[in-house]
Write a protein that binds this ligand. Structure first.
Ligand code: BG6
Length: 283
């Protein structure tokens, strides 16, 4: 585990073990590379991103906190402020080639305009031949808190036209502010812009790509976001090539609807996602 500096100035932690390679930036505690040894990368990042300090990285896992999407105050940043702030690396542990990294976010005086509640915000990565990420919120104040959040994961899928996402049976979704519509069947195919917040969703989805199947599990999350910008929106996105929509999809572990996080004084909540290539024998 070594700390390095990107040519543009951002600091990151590089992890290289017998089981995986990974890179996590202090800005946003944002992981942009994770590759189990002998397997393909599990995270997508745009080649258009130039890693400028102050703007989030277009790929990996940006942290949306303490709100997801647009705030009701339209002047406030989309997806909260945590993804562009410097986090602290508090602890690194390695046991049997499994590395655990613990980050925390100190809310600056400037950011108290967005979030004034005394709280502890931590992000824990567990890196082995799979990737686990946990976002832990603790209410340290004496009044309740209420927030929405997401682990906004970008996956490499090779060809959006060949992608099949499964595990959606029984869920409902909201698309472009409409709905919730019932999910028709277990599978989702992609032939247009897709920007859905799912609710009542089971805790495991699969992304069937030409290269293999990515398994995505969630804990303490009954909502998830499924996003591909398609052709027109791709042209308007920052740090994104017009063709990028062909090779990525976001499936985000979230608490954004009826599962928004409400914490009484002293209470904690942990949102987690677990990602791996499914071994061929299990698929
Ligand atoms: C998704 C939203 O989660 O994030 C989309 O559902 C949004 O509507 C996308 O466009 C990317 O947001 P941003 O702020 O990173 O460009």
């Amino acid at each position: 585990v070594t700390v390095k500096k990107h040519p543009q100035g951002l600091e990151y932690v590089e992890v290289d073990t017998d089981l995986c390679q990974a890179r996590i930036f202090m800005q946003g505690a944002q992981i942009d590379r994770f590759q189990p040894k002998g397997q393909a990368p599990l995270l997508w990042v745009s080649s258009a991103d130039d890693y400028q300090p102050g703007s989030g990285i277009r790929g990996g896992i940006p942290i949306c906190w303490p709100w997801f999407g647009m705030h009701e105050n339209p002047q406030w940043p989309q997806h909260g402020f945590a993804r562009t702030r410097l986090w602290n690396l508090d602890a690194v542990q390695m046991r049997d080639q499994v590395v655990e990294l613990k980050f925390s976010l100190t809310i600056s005086d400037d950011d108290k305009q967005y979030w004034a509640h005394p709280s502890r915000v931590e992000l824990i990565f567990t890196l082995s031949d799979s990737l686990s990420v946990s976002l832990v919120n603790t209410n340290l104040g004496d009044t309740p808190i209420n927030l929405t959040q997401a682990l906004h994961t970008y996956f490499p899928i090779e060809d959006i036209h060949k992608l099949k996402a499964s595990g959606f049976n029984g869920a409902r979704y909201i698309e472009f502010g409409e709905g919730p519509y019932p999910q028709a069947g277990d599978e989702v195919l992609f032939d247009r812009e897709t920007d859905r917040v799912y609710t009542q969703l089971g805790d495991c989805q699969l992304l069937h790509t030409p290269q293999g199947i990515i398994e995505v599990r969630r804990d303490n999350s009954h909502s998830a976001v499924l996003w591909n910008p398609w052709i027109e929106k791709s042209k308007r996105l920052s740090r994104f090539n017009p063709q990028d929509y062909l090779t990525m999809v976001c499936l985000e572990a979230a608490n954004v609807l009826e599962d928004r996080v409400e914490l009484a004084p002293g209470e904690s909540h942990t949102l987690s996602t677990h990602i791996r290539w499914l071994p061929k024998a299990e698929s």
